[in-house]
Design a binder for this molecule. Structure first.
Ligand code: FES
Length: 246
C-alpha cells in the first residue's frame, strides 16, 4: 500500500537488507526492476552504495571541503527499512517505532504479522519448502476493495462463478474463521473419486488485512496482492509456488 519506494537485496552470505530506494545525494530513485548486482549506482550522478547500504563512492566530490567518504560512508548511506523473513515471505515494516529498534526479534515476526492465526499457516503447509514458480499480473477495472470483498464472501460466489472449483470442494465443509487481522476460509476436497489433482484434499484461503491473500491447495500455493491504481482500477499480483516434489 502507499507509494513508498524500496529496494530489497541479499548479499553473498544470504543476509537480506531493505532500504528506501532514494539516493542520499539529490533524492533520485536509485534502482528499478530485479536482478543481480554487487552495488547500487545512482543513475543521476553516480553515487554508489554497497549491498549493506553504505556509501562507497561519491563521484567527483574529493575537493569538497569537509566531505570525506570515509567519514560519511554511514551518514550518507541508504536509509534502512526493517526487514524479516517468515516462511517463503520477505516482510518489510515501515513502522517508525520499530525502525528505531536496532534489533527485531525474528521469532516474533509471525505473531506480529499473523497474530494468533500464525500456527494455522504452518499447519496448512505455508512454509519454506515451497518453490517459487512464476508471477502473473492482472489489471482489473474495479476498486481494490471490491476484489477483496469478493475474496471474503465465504465462498458464496463459488458454486456459480467457479463451477470447476466447486465440483472439487466439499462446500458443506466450508468454514470462515476470523482472527485479529486475518480471515481464514477453508474447505475439504471433494470425495476421493472426485478429488481434483490440483486441489488435493483441502483448500486454505487466508486474507491478511488489508490487501494480501494466501491460497494453499494441493501441491500449490498462490498469493494475491491487490494494489489500488485509482477509484475504479487495481492491479492484482499473483505469485505461484509449488511443493518441491512436483
Ligand atoms: S541524485 Fe544520486 S548521485 Fe546525485
Amino acid at each position: 500500500m502507499g507509494n513508498v519506494e524500496f529496494v530489497v537485496c541479499r548479499d553473498d552470505n544470504g543476509k537480506i537488507a531493505a532500504f528506501h530506494n532514494v539516493c542520499r545525494h539529490h533524492a533520485s530513485l536509485l534502482v528499478s526492476g530485479s536482478g543481480k548486482t554487487s552495488c547500487f549506482t545512482c543513475p543521476y550522478h553516480g553515487w554508489t552504495y554497497g549491498l549493506n547500504g553504505e556509501l562507497r563512492k561519491a563521484t567527483r566530490i574529493s575537493g569538497i571541503e569537509d566531505f570525506s567518504i570515509n567519514v560519511f560512508r554511514r551518514d550518507f548511506g541508504l536509509v534502512p527499512i526493517k526487514v524479516a523473513t517468515w516462511g517463503p515471505f520477505v516482510l518489510l515494516n515501515m513502522d517508525n517505532e520499530i525502525l528505531q529498534k536496532d534489533n527485531i526479534d525474528t521469532d516474533n515476526v509471525a505473531s506480529e504479522w499473523l497474530g494468533s492465526s500464525s500456527e494455522l499457516f504452518s499447519l496448512n503447509g505455508v512454509d519454506t519448502t515451497l518453490t517459487y514458480v512464476c508471477r502473473r499480473e492482472y489489471i482489473i477495472e474495479c476498486n481494490w476493495k471490491v476484489f477483496c470483498d469478493n475474496y471474503l464472501d465465504g465462498g458464496y460466489h463459488v458454486p456459480f462463478a467457479h463451477k470447476g472449483l466447486a465440483s472439487g470442494l466439499s462446500l458443506d465443509s466450508y468454514t470462515t474463521s476470523i482472527f485479529e487481522k486475518v480471515s481464514i476460509q477453508s474447505a475439504e476436497g471433494g470425495s476421493k473419486e472426485k478429488e481434483d489433482d490440483r486441489l488435493g484434499s483441502k483448500a486454505f484461503y487466508a486474507f491478511i488485512y488489508p490487501n494480501f491473500m494466501i491460497n494453499r491447495y494441493g501441491p500449490w500455493m498462490d498469493t494475491n496482492l491487490a494494489i489500488p491504481l485509482g477509484p475504479r482500477k487495481c492491479l492484482v499480483v499473483f505469485d505461484y509456488f509449488l511443493e518441491a516434489s512436483f
